[in-house]
Design a binder for this molecule. Structure first.
Ligand code: MG
Length: 436
């Protein structure tokens, strides 16, 4: 069919579980046999995309920017942007297939043909155990590493944390419920009732402080990691825990000499002045971005000069083109772009095309290396041998088809039917105009 005649006819979903998170896969159908693949941000809700269906039915999916600007107002921070981004990605996929070119070509061509991946790594025990786990990653080819380093490690260390008496015990009680599942703090049970309030307490308001004993422990943990993996390989840290600015400064200063690539999400991204203060107090490179929607919300942080790294997720930032624009904006401020990614191979490939087409890109997160079937969710299977992903040259995202058998085998218990009708969303409507 002439791409000019394409129209969006339907939007449907399949939710899978254990990849390792909940992933909402999206198909955007057209009046031809072309189907676009997209994905809602990890641990989000299909509702964010479904509510947009009626707003894009009948539109030509190749007009990606036009569609994005129509639904842009329905995105928000973090998972709330999931619907807008899912549809944007699916439209790029269709546009590429319709015109016969890969998405990276539509973005202006590529700066690289294979994408460096960093491997987020979990480990039990101490710094030597984490070092050993990271060393295993390096043996499989990974050239860039990330690990968690924060108050989680201090929960059982006597005298390491200071908090209103009873607070940490309550937190541990909830975590026992939550961490018995593979979902961590994003398990729905951690986001209801009193647990909701606890896990949604921002850094300055938890009342948690790290003692000198705690700082010693974390510094020693990192020293042991570095003793094991050496200083040649880049290493970033994440999940400090919700501690106030002053404690971030104390911790950052302690860790400066271990040559970290960035300290991630030390503070809520919205607190620009606090980021600026943190940056002024330490030489630790700072990074944030996985919860930021739209280029304009990156701008204040970039203008503050606090960041060494932006770390957007394509499925939160506003989709493929908006993420490239964020990378380009960051480049203007001398800031590197790395990409957060904890989704299925669909979301991963969306990120791969952005990474290929954005000059200041450094590395892409892989969150599912320990899920053996993850790469097989798409055909051809997505491989990351040697810690790199080859940029596909096939049209669109480079996915021939989804692996429907595998999807069926891993459907989320709450959504046992894949790709069922979404006709209940066909009449969703409000007057969307934002002025009168
Ligand atoms: Mg993170």
């Amino acid at each position: 069919m002439n791409p000019e005649e394409l129209k969006i006819t339907d939007v449907r979903f399949a939710d899978i579980d254990g990849a390792p998170k909940r992933c909402t896969l999206v198909k955007v159908y057209t009046n031809s046999d072309l189907v676009g693949y997209g994905e809602v941000r990890d641990a989000s809700s299909r509702t964010y995309a479904a509510m947009l269906k009626s707003r894009i039915l009948g539109e030509n999916p190749c007009n990606v920017e036009k569609i994005f600007r129509r639904v842009k107002q329905f995105g928000g921070s973090s998972r709330q942007a999931g619907g807008v981004c899912a549809l944007e990605v699916a439209c790029w996929d269709i546009a590429g297939k319709a015109w016969g070119v890969p998405v990276w070509q539509l973005l202006g061509g590529k700066f690289r043909s294979r994408i460096r991946c960093y491997c987020d790594t979990d480990s039990q025990g101490g710094g030597r155990d984490m070092g050993a786990a990271l060393l295993e990653r390096m043996k499989t080819g990974f050239t860039f590493l990330k690990m968690d380093l924060g108050i989680e490690l201090l929960m059982d260390v006597p005298g390491a944390l200071c908090a209103p008496l009873g607070f940490l015990e309550t937190m541990l009680q909830y975590k026992k419920t939550v961490f018995s599942t593979p979902h961590g703090s994003i398990d729905p049970r951690a986001m209801r009732g009193d647990a909701y309030d606890l896990f949604n307490t921002a850094h300055p308001f938890t009342g948690i402080h790290i003692t000198e004993t705690g700082l010693d422990y974390l510094e020693n943990y990192l020293a042991e990691v570095r003793q094991t993996i050496g200083y040649d390989v880049p290493l970033a840290i994440d999940h400090l825990g919700h501690i106030p600015l002053e404690d971030c400064i104390r911790l950052a200063r302690r860790l400066e000499k271990y040559n970290l690539s960035w300290m991630e999400d030390a503070l809520p991204w919205q607190m620009t002045d606090a980021w600026k203060t943190l940056h002024a107090a330490t030489t630790m490179p700072l990074g944030t971005g996985e919860d930021i929607y739209l280029k304009e919300n990156f701008r204040p942080l970039l203008e503050s000069g606090a960041l060494a790294v932006v770390h957007p997720d394509v499925l939160t930032a506003g989709g493929i083109l908006e993420t490239k624009k964020i990378g380009d904006l960051a480049e203007d401020f001398g800031v590197q772009m790395n990409l957060h990614m904890a989704e299925s191979p669909v979301g991963c490939l969306a990120a791969v095309h952005v990474a290929a087409a954005t000059r200041n890109f450094m590395s892409l997160e892989l969150h599912s290396v320990d899920v053996p079937w993850w790469g097989d969710l798409v055909k051809p299977a997505l491989r990351y041998d040697g810690g790199f992903i080859d940029v596909p040259n096939a049209p669109g995202l480079g996915i021939e088809s989804l692996n429907e058998e595998l999807i069926s085998a891993h459907l989320h218990a709450d959504y046992p039917v894949a790709w069922e009708s979404t006709s209940q969303w066909d009449k969703e409507w409000s007057n969307d105009r934002q002025w009168s």
